[in-house]
Ligand binder design. Structure first.
Ligand code: NAI
Length: 260
């Protein structure tokens, strides 16, 4: 499929996991892709993979919790490739990063992308924005039971606390709906994907024990965790004209997790 031929996409958090798989998928579908990440080297690694598969890419470093960085990265994409039609606000950190950091990256970071991405697209012929929410943007999280001694330790318990993560992802769902309403009339579609547990670096700590892994699998009626490329496929759909009448949805891609 070549659904994104000639379009320019910017993917944040493109150095790893879901962002990397999506950058590769967008490029495979014909998009020119700007890969951005706080880990610039990792973004460059993804850009090299795209070039190896015959695509057209570039890489840039940014911290999505900085509004200036996000604005500058969008401007750099437009100046490098000449335009911007697709923005994937995907960068994020897992639970256990504390309230301020989690909200700054996972919620404010998405807001800055929506604001500056939507403004640019509205003024330049429209486009599609996708953000990575989570099943934690639809429901509270259910994590594998902590080690018995860890649950008694205040520090360890705070480290696992998913409250800020869940609040941020619910916020992403709300922002998605509001921006869809505000920018839909200007030709910008705004949607989100809501992954179940995916096998990336972010979930490695929960999967390191057999019990943890089995517990997580049991939450997904399909009987396994997801792969980054399965989220990339959903993001590519939302980015493409196949989703031309899809606006303001939070699309679960979760093996049935949210059906229970
Ligand atoms: P990952 O850890 O493999 O990738 C996250 C990427 O974001 C990394 O390359 C990291 O360097 C980058 N990043 C972190 N902070 C950043 C910042 N301040 N500015 C720019 N880049 C930054 O994790 P994964 O799983 O690919 O996560 C991607 C998104 O998917 C996140 O928003 C995460 O919350 C979300 N998600 C992940 C799920 C999972 O089970 N892995 C489930 C649901 C949502």
């Amino acid at each position: 499929m070549n659904r994104l031929a000639g379009k320019v996409a910017h993917v944040t958090g493109a150095g790893s996991g879901i962002g990397q798989a999506s950058a590769l998928r967008f490029a495979a579908e014909g998009a020119h892709v700007m890969c951005s990440d706080i880990n610039r080297q990792a973004a460059e690694g993804t850009a090299s993979l795209i070039d190896e598969q015959g695509g057209n890419s570039a890489a840039i470093g940014l911290d999505v919790s900085s509004e200036e960085d996000v604005k500058a990265a969008i401007a750099a994409t437009v100046s490098h490739f000449g335009s911007l039609q697709i923005l994937f606000n995907n960068a994020g950190v897992g639970g256990g990063n504390g309230w301020d950091k989690t909200i700054a990256i996972n919620l404010s970071g998405v807001y800055y992308g929506l604001l500056h991405g939507a403004r640019h697209m509205a003024a330049n012929g429209g486009g599609a924005i996708i953000s990575t929410a989570s099943i934690a943007g639809l429901l509270g999280l259910y994590l594998p039971p902590a080690e018995a001694d860890a649950a008694d330790d205040d520090g360890e318990a705070a480290e696992r606390d998913p409250g800020a993560y869940v609040a941020a992802k619910h916020g992403v769902a709300g922002l998605t709906k509001q921006f869809a309403i505000d920018y839909g009339p200007m030709g910008v579609r705004v949607n989100a994907v809501a992954p179940g547990f995916i096998e990336t670096e972010m979930t490695a700590e929960f999967r390191e024990t057999e019990e943890g892994n089995e517990f997580l699998k049991s939450l997904h009626p399909i009987g396994r965790l997801g792969q980054p490329k399965e989220i990339a496929a959903a993001a590519a759909f939302l980015a493409s004209d196949d989703a031309s009448f899809v606006n303001g949805i939070i699309l679960p891609v979760d093996g049935g997790y949210s059906a229970r």
